[in-house]
Structures are given as structure tokens and as C-alpha cells.
Design a protein around this ligand. Structure first.
Ligand SMILES: [Zn+2]
Length: 204
């Protein structure tokens, strides 16, 4: 016969350990996404933000930065401009997890983001440690330099936009070339960069 006190204690412990998930390996939910026209729909975006216990806007900002595109939150989904494989979104989600969730001391995800004198700090509820959120700009800088404003670059036109501009692609970047025809390689001067969109004029 089970001692009612013991049974009660056991139940109490279950309640303590289960919801916080400490000790359990944290599993990032699998990303579900599909390409729709010229956009990519990240179906379970809100579910993942909830699992991470982070603001949807914060996650979104990081994802568009990682993917080098623009996008918007649409209810529980996120919609990115451009076509992305599920694996690319998964990688962006993992980067977010590593930067903004995972405690580097104890390897647990029970953390909070707190502002400490304007610096974003990741504070761990499990072990009490905290660290500044890592800045990871190294990867984004390389292609950005390729298209600095005023720089003259050769690009290969692949298609034509709705407005009739030639469109070239380099990595994450989409380059619009006025009057460019598909198949041409043209010398352009970068006039403006907006996210991953590069506006140009013909360089003579
Ligand atoms: Zn920790």
C-alpha cells in the first residue's frame, strides 16, 4: 500500500520538475516552411518563438538578418521575401537559439534577456550566470562590402523585374540594374543598399 504522504510528495516533485524542463534536453521544434511565389512562409514561426519564450518581433529581426532579406509577421506565421530552403531557416533559428537562448555556462535554455545599462544580457535562471549577447556580424560583413554605396562592380543579369529593370543575384543580394537585359554582364555603380536589395546605375 502506498503511503499517501509519499504519493503526494512524488506528485509535488513531478510538478516541480516537469514544466521547467531543467535537466531535460531542450529540443528546437522542427521548422515547417514552404515557398509560395517569391516568398517563403515559415508556418510554425509563433510556435517556435513561444517555445523559446521570446518576443516574436525579436526572433523575426534576427531571422531576417540571418537570411539577409526582409519579411513580416503574419499571425502565427512569418513570411520572408525570397525563396529559402527549410534548412536555411532552420540554421537561422539555430543561430538565434545559440545567441539569445542557450546558456554558455550550463548549456540550458532557461534564460532571459535583460537590458543592463543598454547592453543586452542573457541571464540564466538555471545556474545564475549571465553574459552579454554575442554580436555576430562577421558573416554579414563580407557580402556587404561587395556592394558598398558608390562602388563599381560587374554583375551578371539573370532576369527582368516587373518594372523592367535587370535583376542580378550575388549571395543574399538582389541587384537591380536599370535597362539591364538577361544574359548581359554589366558594370554598375551602387547607388543605394536597402537590406539585401541593391540599387544601381550603369557605370560607364
Ligand atoms: Zn546557465
Amino acid at each position: 500500500m502506498v503511503d499517501p504522504y509519499e504519493a503526494l510528495l512524488k506528485k509535488a516533485y513531478e510538478h516541480i520538475t516537469e514544466p521547467s524542463g531543467t535537466g531535460e534536453r531542450f529540443v528546437i521544434p522542427e521548422v515547417r516552411s514552404y515557398i509560395e511565389g517569391k516568398t517563403t512562409v515559415f508556418e510554425n514561426f509563433a510556435e517556435i518563438a513561444d517555445t523559446f519564450r521570446r518576443e516574436k518581433e525579436h526572433l523575426m529581426k534576427s531571422l531576417v538578418g540571418e537570411l539577409g532579406t526582409a519579411g513580416k509577421i503574419d499571425g502565427n506565421r512569418a513570411i520572408f521575401n525570397g525563396k529559402f530552403e527549410t534548412s536555411q531557416i532552420t540554421n537561422a533559428v539555430r543561430s538565434y537559439f545559440n545567441d539569445y537562448i542557450l546558456c554558455s555556462e550550463c548549456g540550458r535554455p532557461d534564460t532571459r534577456l535583460v537590458k543592463d545599462d543598454r547592453i543586452l544580457v542573457l541571464r540564466c535562471d538555471a545556474c545564475g550566470s549571465h553574459r552579454p549577447v554575442r554580436k555576430r556580424k562577421a558573416r554579414a560583413e563580407e557580402p556587404a562590402k561587395l556592394f558598398e554605396e558608390g562602388k563599381i562592380v560587374d554583375v551578371h543579369i539573370q532576369s527582368v523585374s516587373k518594372r523592367g529593370d535587370g535583376v542580378a543575384r550575388e549571395g543574399k543580394y538582389i541587384i537591380y540594374v536599370p535597362g539591364g537585359k538577361p544574359g548581359q554582364t554589366v558594370k554598375i555603380k551602387v547607388t543605394r543598399i536597402s537590406g539585401s536589395i541593391v540599387f544601381t546605375e550603369r557605370a560607364l
